[in-house]
Design a protein around this ligand. Structure first.
Ligand code: CA2
Length: 147
């Protein structure tokens, strides 16, 4: 059976499309999930969001045991969580960090993600399409790409 790609979303991303459209756009997380499932095709997807750091870490552990790749938007935990960084370090497959906005174009507090030094790749500033690009890249890395 094909292992799922875990797509994990951090705090406040459940509010996407409802506030701050100038930064994060009008697309909701449910629409991003649909886009991800479409991009993954036959490959199963575990698409999850939590405002809890603990739960996100538990899901990374679950991905270590059962998943093929991780696509993660850690949101504000990017800039604070050594615990999530340590969990991601343990994952043996591709890990792609996604940010909807270009964090490097924003205020300095958004410039340094703890995750970036341990992940396989970082995508920032492509809007919701960054998730699609991340899945495509992960599938190619896993050898499941159709290209
Ligand atoms: O650009 C991204 O994807 C971010 O990871 C989003 C995080 C932010 O802390 C990062 O700097 C960049 C915040 C997500 C907050 O989501 C909201 C959704 C609706 C309204 C306001 C915030």
């Amino acid at each position: 059976m094909t292992k799922p790609i875990f797509i994990l979303n951090g705090p406040n991303l459940n509010r996407l499309g409802k506030r701050e459209p100038a930064i994060y756009g009008k697309t909701t997380l449910a629409e991003i999930e649909a886009m991800c499932r479409d991009e993954a095709g036959m490959v199963p997807v575990e698409f999850r969001q939590s405002n809890s750091e603990t739960l996100l870490i538990d899901w990374i552990h679950e991905a270590i045991d059962t998943g093929s790749a991780i696509v993660i938007n850690p949101a504000a935990y990017s800039f604070t969580s050594m615990a999530i960084m340590d969990a991601l370090k343990m994952f043996p497959g591709p890990v792609i960090e996604v940010h909807i906005s270009n964090i490097h174009r924003r205020e300095e507090i958004y410039h340094h993600s703890y995750m970036s030094s341990v992940v396989t790749a970082v995508i920032a500033g492509l809007g919701p399409g960054g998730y699609r690009a991340a899945i495509k890249a992960a599938l190619e890395m896993l050898g499941d790409g159709t290209a």
